[in-house]
Design a protein around this ligand. Structure first.
Ligand SMILES: Nc1ncnc2c1ncn2[C@@H]1O[C@H](COP(=O)(O)OP(=O)(O)OP(=O)(O)O)[C@@H](O)[C@H]1O
Length: 440
């Protein structure tokens, strides 16, 4: 039986031909909502109906951002040239010419709602900036964020590049009592060494050659809110001392001014390098390390949470639809399989880029592995050997075992190997999680 939650119909006004049929549609199980085009994003729906006229750009904008299955109503006077045909083919599930035929309309609506159901999960996109994913690692991450958001202590966010460290920092800020205040992010690795002190702490007019005006530093700009220091491991040693002083005293001094300024800022820092090693090598101050590392969140690499891939692909397809001017497409089963077998060195940033590419290149209804640039290397070169197949199969087996069990011991048992063998295989595929639950 069809779930009633999946039979929400949005009718974009004006649609006078449809008016007399709405009560019949309601009787047959549709929850109908009518609204003007300008408010269409406010109403979640599974299927939408819109009568085409002018303003195709505005319509395209809506279709790109509203993930419902859309049906176009075409009045007689509409000039069905090639461009219009392409537009309808690209963006609509189906169309109906006017006048309406109730029986045919119901059939189209039935198919469209079936398609909405196939897309399973919540058909409504997570807003940009939300952390998408329902794997154990993501659920654990959300739980930790909710727990740590309310404190004022620094949090060290660790994880490989592209795993969402900045998104975690933003989520910590959004869920804290500082949410209405500024969130200021600075990438310590991207600013030249001679500029970073003035970027962070600000300067007075005339403090050094070229300082023609007084400048407020980023720490001061974050007053009342949160400061996110990305790539903290790249902060020069001298500035590490200044930062430590600020963390201890809650005061800063602009360059060229001796008067301390009190600033109330929560500091979040991120790193993809091993800070412990940097401490041993004396590239990172030990005292600052302990000060920043009070609480910790680890962002898991994508290869450890492959089950999040379908949700992430849908999220990015929706996100890039209007940018690339095409309706969001789903990956084909082969594309999903290829994504499950790929190691994702660039993590979610790489996935996002591949989906964007796939959206541009896809020719049919689905995104195929080649659109994502993910033809298995042996397929591309035509030289498949047994070792490649074996490695792919091993990786898939490990992923599934991790996904469907709660501990590594259970996963090893499910695969029929000893724990040491299981760990050796995880290491071999770069899948070794240091902690199943990130430490507090
Ligand atoms: N869970 C997620 N859900 C949705 N988008 C995500 C998620 N994680 C990361 N992203 C997206 O992936 C991209 C990379 O994320 P982000 O910049 O937060 O990673 P990072 O770990 O800070 O990377 P780097 O170490 O290179 O700075 C961004 O576009 C971000 O929006």
């Amino acid at each position: 039986m069809q779930s009633s939650a999946l039979r929400r119909l949005l009718v974009i006004d004006p649609c006078s031909d449809l008016q007399p049929l709405l009560s019949e549609l309601s009787r047959s199980g549709w929850k109908v909502h009518e609204c003007p085009l300008s408010r269409a994003l406010e109403y979640p729906a599974d299927v939408g109906i819109i009568q085409l006229g002018d303003c195709l750009d505005t319509v395209r904008e809506l279709l790109a951002r509203n993930p419902a299955q859309w049906i176009a109503l075409l009045p007689d006077h509409l000039h069905l040239n090639e461009a219009m045909g392409k537009f309808i083919g690209e963006w609509f599930f189906d169309y109906h010419t006017l006048p309406l035929d109730l029986h045919r309309l119901k059939t189209i609506l039935g198919h469209a709602s079936g398609m909405a159901r196939l897309r399973h999960g919540d058909p409504h996109q997570a807003p940009q900036g939300d952390l998408v994913g329902d794997s154990r690692a993501m659920r654990e991450q959300r739980r930790l964020i909710a727990k740590l958001a309310s404190t004022n202590s620094p949090v060290l966010i660790r994880g490989e590049s592209g795993t969402g460290k900045e998104l975690v920092a933003q989520a910590l800020h959004r869920q804290s009592r500082r949410a209405g205040q500024p969130f200021i992010a600075i990438n310590c690795g991207a600013i030249p060494e001679q500029l970073i002190q003035s970027e962070l702490f600000g300067h007075e007019k005339g403090a050094f050659t070229g300082a023609s005006q007084r400048k407020t530093g980023r720490i001061e700009a974050a007053d009342g809110g949160t400061l996110f220091l990305d790539e903290i491991g790249d902060l020069p040693l001298e500035l590490q001392a200044n930062l430590l002083r600020f963390l201890q005293e809650g005061q800063i001094q602009r360059i060229g001014c001796n008067t301390p300024i009190a600033v109330d800022v929560r500091v979040l820092a991120a790193t993809h390098v091993d800070l412990e090693q940097a401490v041993v090598a004396r590239r990172f101050r030990e005292d600052l390390y302990y000060r920043l590392n009070v609480l910790q969140i680890r962002t898991a690499p994508l290869r450890e949470r492959l089950e999040d891939i379908p949700l992430l692909v849908r999220h990015f397809a929706q996100l890039y639809a209007s940018e690339v001017g095409r309706r969001p497409r789903e990956p084909s089963p082969a594309a999903l399989q290829a994504m499950q077998e790929y190691a994702w060195p660039g993590n979610i940033r790489e996935l996002a880029n591949r989906v964007r590419r796939g959206m541009v290149l896809a020719e049919g209804r689905f995104i195929e592995p080649e659109d994502l640039g993910l033809l298995a290397s042996c397929q591309e070169s035509g030289e498949c050997n047994l070792v490649d197949y074996k490695l792919q199969a091993e990786r898939r087996a490990l992923n599934e075992a991790i996904q469907y069990t709660s501990t590594f011991t259970q996963a090893a048992k499910a695969l029929g190997v000893s724990r040491p063998t299981f760990y050796r295989l995880l290491n071999k595929h770069g899948m070794r999680t240091r902690h199943k639950s990130p430490p507090l």
